[in-house]
Design a binder for this molecule. Structure first.
Ligand code: NGO
Length: 527
């Protein structure tokens, strides 16, 4: 068999060349696209770096076992157990997990010398005797398992067709953000989101834990933050907060799915919940009321008060201690009530605190106009109408070595309405239809402003929740656009909408099987 690489948007398979130019039944008119019949390796989402199909496949049956390799590696065992759980749910088969690698079945192999797979990629080989997953790391094996799931039917047992995949991500950072401050979401609800995003190889969950409307994480040294400041949300609902144990539980759950948690404490703005909880944090010593509206930019920590810095040191210190990942996000957006010089002085100190607690700073891109500390990562949330000067400041930081996470609001904000008919959501950055969310190139997105491709650490899709209070609204806004984020972050590109929308449509049975609510965009051939 010859390996044919995926290049320039064309997936080539042995015995069949599948063009990603408009598929059969596809034409330019929205609504007129018919579903194409895609073979399993063509359906994969995100599209793998290279794949070939051919030969006899492996039939999953009552005797299929999952073998976690000869080394007895605990972590690989864990990946095997989780894959078995996932495949049991879809296939109904018993799928016992055993050690070793001799014999038929699914074999998970760690091979530090595996080529072309990087730290997170994998090789998958399927033939009549079984499916072998090989990777340099357990994370790679996990991602291989997610591809394997997609090669089997969404429900019931089936056959993994013969073939081979060699795969590795385009970007190291592939994130989803969830705002649990504007509306409170439980750990169980967020675990479900982790399951859903990790199935598409998204590897970071950024949690927006605090904002004007609520403080959602317990801090031992400052208990009123959660107990009082957590008791509100947009619209006047009861709010809520996570204990540290609940947060640890979520972090561990995500880690098992190779998702890193990046917690955000937004500052110096977006802090009304904190100011309401502790009068001493206010410049005038008076605590404001809790806030349940949706305005932004009206609150600020008291930059001139030393108590403010004791506060952020203790809060960030406690959070760093329960966060195994390397990043702490300190917000820094929309500090409209903090004068520019105060903002810069405050962010200097906040960044120093993060560094002292052993973490790397992430901040919204407004930090570019102040003094980003060495190594700080900037998260760009501008859009097509963002003034050039702002983009130039971001480009200067990128050129000075600051990695960028791209979250353009008019592409990746999952809280933007799809179109005029969308019930929940906002539209300050315009409507974001499914095609618009997917059809762009993160590598060259800010090239005109001078951002080199090498500065792009990855992409992230934020879901702000001013208008989103339920699981079904959350899912309706995220799905299917979050799959576009997954593909942009993982696949080699370039974006190819005619091909992508066919593959997206092919995910519908999986979304349905998991009871995920999603928007049936009219220009996707759902069938
Ligand atoms: C902005 C703002 C958030 C809003 C969001 C709504 C950033 C980084 N700050 O994004 O507070 O919730 O828009 O779309």
């Amino acid at each position: 068999m010859r390996v044919l690489r995926r290049t320039l948007g064309t997936l080539l398979f042995l015995g069949a060349a599948v063009s990603c130019a408009p598929a059969p039944g596809d034409d330019a008119r929205p609504g007129a696209v018919r579903p194409a019949v895609l073979a399993p390796y063509e359906r994969l989402l995100p599209a793998p770096a290279s794949a070939r199909t051919g030969g006899t496949g492996y039939v999953f049956g009552a005797g299929t076992v999952i073998r976690t390799g000869p080394g007895g590696d605990e972590e690989v065992r864990g990946v095997g157990e989780l894959l078995a759980e996932q495949l049991r749910t879809s296939s109904g088969l018993p799928l016992p997990v055993v050690g070793g690698s001799e014999g038929d079945g699914v074999r998970l192999l760690l091979d530090e010398g595996a080529e072309g797979v990087g730290d997170e990629g994998y090789r998958l080989e399927s033939g009549p005797r079984g499916v072998t997953l090989t990777a340099r790391t357990p994370a790679g094996l996990f991602h291989a398992g997610q591809s394997l799931r997609q090669l089997l039917p969404a429900s019931g047992p089936g056959t993994v067709p013969g073939g081979e995949i060699t795969d590795a991500p385009r970007f190291a950072y592939r994130g989803a953000m969830l705002d649990i401050a504007r509306h409170y979401f439980t750990v169980e609800q967020v675990k479900r989101y982790v399951d859903q995003i990790s199935a598409y190889k998204v590897n970071t969950l950024h949690l927006h834990l605090t904002d004007d409307q609520g403080w959602r994480i317990a801090v031992d040294g400052w208990p009123r933050l959660a107990e009082y400041g957590g008791g509100s949300e947009v619209g006047g609902g009861p709010g809520g907060y996570w204990t540290k144990d609940q947060y640890r539980d979520l972090v561990a759950y995500a880690a098992r799915r190779y998702v890193d948690v990046v917690p955000e404490i937004d500052m110096p703005g977006h802090v009304n919940a904190a100011l309401a909880s502790y009068a001493e944090l206010n410049c005038d010593g008076k605590a404001p009321e809790r806030y349940t509206g949706t305005k932004v930019g009206f609150s600020s920590l008291c930059v001139g008060k030393e108590r403010t810095y004791e506060f952020i040191d203790e809060v960030l210190g406690e959070l760093a201690a329960i966060t195994p990942g390397r990043y702490l996000h300190i917000g820094g957006d929309e500090a409209h009530s903090t004068p520019a010089a105060d903002y810069a002085a405050f962010m200097d100190r906040a960044q120093e605190v993060v560094g002292r607690h052993g973490k790397t700073v992430v901040a919204w891109h407004q930090l570019a106009a102040a003094r980003p500390a060495p190594g700080a990562v900037l998260q760009y949330w501008g859009h097509d109408r963002t003034p050039d000067a702002e983009k130039t400041a971001v480009a200067a930081a990128a050129k000075a070595g600051h990695p960028l996470i791209l979250s353009p609001a008019d592409r990746l904000y999952l809280d933007m309405k799809y179109d005029v008919t969308t019930g929940p959501g906002l539209n300050w950055a315009g409507f974001v239809p499914v095609k618009r969310a997917y059809d762009w190139n993160p590598g060259s997105y800010l090239a005109a402003s001078g951002v080199p491709q090498s500065a792009v650490l990855g992409v992230e899709a934020p879901l702000w929740t001013e208008t989103i209070a339920t699981r079904s609204d959350l899912e309706f806004m995220a799905f299917p656009r979050i799959l576009g984020l997954a593909e942009l972050g993982w696949s080699p590109g370039p974006a190819n909408w005619p091909s992508y929308r066919q593959r997206l449509a092919a995910q519908a049975p999986r979304l349905d099987a998991q009871d995920t609510t999603y928007y049936r965009a009219p220009d996707v051939p759902w069938g």
